[in-house]
Ligand binder design. Structure first.
Ligand SMILES: *Cc1c(COP(=O)(O)O)cnc(C)c1O
Length: 472
């Protein structure tokens, strides 16, 4: 067997590689090229050592193969890490794929905020220092009916800040049926503990009654907390106390009621055929003192945590020093103001906010778009795949309405000459990756989550993938 030393001597030298690649990598920073080349050679060295230890012969790369490998490594390292993907999963609020997509107007607002100085913390009327929160507070109050509002980094932060401000070193009463984990390690008992409050669990997993709350109230109780169970449903012999009843109890005992609404929609989506969920306005109207919800779930805006409620309590939350650590940046504020303004006109919101538009698209409309698209895709992917259009089910995502499927249509790619795994992996590695769903040995692209203006990117990605296959 060849000596390991001899094998390792066949590895190219970094300087030689750099000379060789110079022409092809001129526009790329030389540090980046050098680091990519070094990593590539190191990986190859490890592969050879590994094979040698396992007693396997190592296939050595030719000069051409090295060049191709190095250029590929340089190009990957030079590619922006955060980039556009085509979401063919049909999951509208897809947390792994960036949740909500912004409207053109919101993007324009972000662009403005980045390109220019702004009155972020400058009061144009008084000429004095202003507060960034006032930029959206009035709009949030108009839309939700609340007295005051505050915005932080995300809803997890909103819940933490609210509890830390109102219940630190005191007790918080929660139903056992609402002690949920939302995902991404957001667990209600842990957040309560982190806020310095003590959790008092009441009721049972499936049933909690008003008397359970009432019995648990002591001199140390700070507030009564309701939590939307989001991606979790209890069915069967269950009962929860309504917001109205809890508010009534809270009033009698002089305790505020706080609700973590999770998704928090400003539109009654049951009007569009989706399941009925209480809107933020309804919860405020029920008398709940502080309501928190996400900016990038059903609202369809940027990542943010919105806190609305009674002025006295919101003022207390605003004064918490933790607030400064959780504050939102100007880009988020710009996008948030833009999307909130859309909600002054509900018809406008349904047409302009991409999340709402995708959720309320009719299956027939999706099918028509699919019929046009199938022909164009067939031209690109044949003879490697057969293409058809098939009914499928989309999901809302983001922990909202977990058991409710939306009728939709998908372009189905059935690979004929390559494996489904090769297709799925290859699609993920494209410059604009295509993420779909695999069902019954086929690759599905649910068109609910692919907008018309994304079709050119989808087609370009498909062309890139299918013109590469023959050379492999
Ligand atoms: C999603 C969710 C959260 C966390 O919200 P983020 O905006 O993701 O931080 C908290 N509570 C509930 C009930 C949720 O559904």
């Amino acid at each position: 067997m060849t000596q390991i030393h001899d094998l390792l001597c066949t590895l190219p030298k970094i300087d030689e590689c750099l000379d060789d690649l110079q022409g092809a990598t001129q526009s790329i920073p030389s540090l980046l090229v050098k680091l990519a080349v070094r990593q590539c050679i190191e990986n190859e060295r490890q592969r050879i050592v590994h094979d040698h230890k396992a007693g396997k012969p190592s296939a050595l790369l030719t000069k051409e193969q090295w060049r191709e490998k190095l250029l590929d490594a340089v190009s990957r390292k030079n590619h922006r890490n955060l980039r556009q993907v085509i979401n063919g999963t049909g999951i509208v609020i897809h947390t792994n794929l960036g949740r909500s997509v912004l409207s053109a107007a919101a993007i324009e607002a972000v662009q403005q905020a980045g390109a220019h100085y702004s009155n972020l913390e400058f009061n144009l009327d008084s000429g004095k220092r202003g507060s960034r929160y006032t930029l959206v507070e009035e709009i949030l109050c108009d839309l939700t009916g609340a007295e005051a509002a505050l915005v932080v980094n995300n809803n997890a932060a909103a819940v933490l800040l609210t509890l830390d401000s109102l219940a630190h070193n005191q007790q918080v009463i929660v139903s056992r049926g609402q002690l949920v984990e939302i995902g991404g390690s957001f667990r209600i008992p842990d957040v309560i503990a982190k806020s310095g409050a003590q959790l008092i669990e009441v009721g049972t997993t499936n049933r909690t009654h008003l008397a359970d709350y009432e019995r648990a109230i002591t001199a140390d109780t700070a507030l009564l907390l309701r939590v939307h169970t989001s991606n979790f449903r209890l069915i069967g012999f269950t009962s929860e106390v309504s917001a109205e009843d809890l508010v009534r109890l809270g009033r009698t005992k002089g305790l505020p009621v706080v609700e973590d609404l999770g998704s928090g929609s400003l539109v009654d989506l049951s009007l569009c055929g989706l399941p009925s969920e209480p809107t933020v306005q309804q919860i405020v109207k029920a008398g709940v003192d502080v309501v928190t919800f996400s900016g990038d779930k059903l609202l369809g805006g940027p990542q943010a945590g919105l806190i609305v409620g009674k002025k006295e309590l919101i003022d207390q939350i605003k004064r918490n020093p933790l607030n400064r650590a959780l504050r939102i940046d100007k880009f988020t504020l710009a996008a948030l103001e833009s999307v909130l303004r859309d909600y002054y006109d509900l018809d406008l919101a349904l047409a302009a906010v991409p999340t709402l538009k995708m959720l309320t698209q009719s299956p027939d409309g999706i099918k028509k778009r699919g019929q046009r698209l199938v022909r164009r895709i067939r031209e690109i992917v044949s003879p490697w795949c057969t293409v058809s259009l098939q009914a499928t089910i989309s999901l809302v995502g983001g922990g909202a309405m977990p058991e409710h499927g939306l009728s939709s249509w998908a372009v189905v790619l059935q690979p004929a000459q390559i494996s489904l795994t090769a297709l799925e992996q290859g699609f993920r590695r494209l410059p604009a990756p295509i993420i779909g769903k695999i069902e019954d040995g086929a690759f599905l692209l649910d068109l609910r989550t692919i907008a018309d203006h994304e079709i050119p990117a989808l087609l370009t990605s498909l062309i890139t993938f299918f013109t590469q296959i023959p050379s492999e």
